[in-house]
Design a protein around this ligand. Sequence first.
Ligand code: 13P
Ligand code: SF4
Length: 303
Amino acid sequence: MTERKLIDSINELRQQRDAVILAHNYELDEVQAIADFAGDSLELSRKAATVDAKVVVFCGVHFMAETAAVLSPEKTVLLPARDAGCPMADMITGGQLRALKAEHPDAAVICYVNSSAEVKAESDCCCTSANALEVAKAFAHAPEIIFVPDKNLGGHVASLLGRTFIPWEGYCHVHQLMTADDVHKARKAHPNAPVMVHPECAPDIRALADHILSTGQMCRFAQADDARQYIVGTEIGILYRLETENPEKSFFPVSTKAVCEDMKKITLENVHAALRDMKHRITVPDEIAKRAKHAITRMIELG
Ligand code: 13P
Ligand code: SF4
C-alpha cells in the first residue's frame, strides 16, 4: 500500500472503531502527523483519562499504554508494536521496590511514570518530568523520599528541593549517551542558541544547560521564547514537533545518536494493523490497576 492509501485506510478505520490515536513526542514524524494528539507523558496521561472514544491507539511504549489502560479500563487500549518497551522502566520490579520500602518504612514513594503498573501500585504517587517538582513538594513532610527508577530526574528534583532522595540506579540509555563534549560542540557551532535539555540527562549535561524541561515544556518554551535557534538535548523525535510548530526557527540536536529504538517501533503499517485487527490489547490485572490508579490520579490532581 502507498503511504497515502495507508493513511486513508487508517482514517477510515479510526472512524469505524471510534478510536483516537495518541502519540508521544518521540514517535516517528509520520506517526506524529496522523495522531489526533501528540504530547509528553503527562499530557498523554491526561488525554487518555478524558478522551471520549471507545479505542485508544497508543503510539508510544508499553508503560504509556498501561497507564492509559489503568485510567480508562472501559476503553480498549492498543499498542501497535507489542515489544515497544522502555528499558528504564524495566530497571525496577515491584518486588525490588517492596524490598526497598521495607528498608525505609517511613519513606514516601514517588515513581516516575516510566515504570510498570506493578511499580506504580507500590508507590504513593507517580510523576512525570513535567510535574516531578510539584509532586515532590507535596511530600515535603516525609522524613525520607524514595524516588524510582530514574536517578537523573530524581537527582535533579532533589537538588531543586535542597534535599537528598533515596535513589534507584535507573537511567535512560538514550539520554545517558549525550556527553558534555557534545554540548560544547553544539554551543560552539550555534553560539546564540539556548540549550534545552531533558531532566533524564546526566548531571554534567544538566549543569551545562540553560533550561531543563520535559518534552512538552520544550515545545511551549520554544513557542513563547524570542530566540531563533535552539540546541535540544533529548530524543530527536521531538524535532518534528518543534520544527512544525516553529517553522521560522532552527533546532539542533545535542546528539543525532539520541534515538529511542523502542519509540521508533511504531509505524504507519502497525498502526493500521492495530486498528484493523484490534491488537495488541494492553490490560492490567484489577488488583494492580486499582492501586496503580491511585498513584496516577494523585499525580494528575497534583501537577
Ligand atoms: P516526557 O515526554 O514526559 O518529557 O518524557 C520523556 C520520555 O523519556 C518518555 O519516555
Ligand atoms: Fe524509555 Fe528513554 Fe525510550 Fe523514554 S527515551 S521510552 S525513557 S528508553
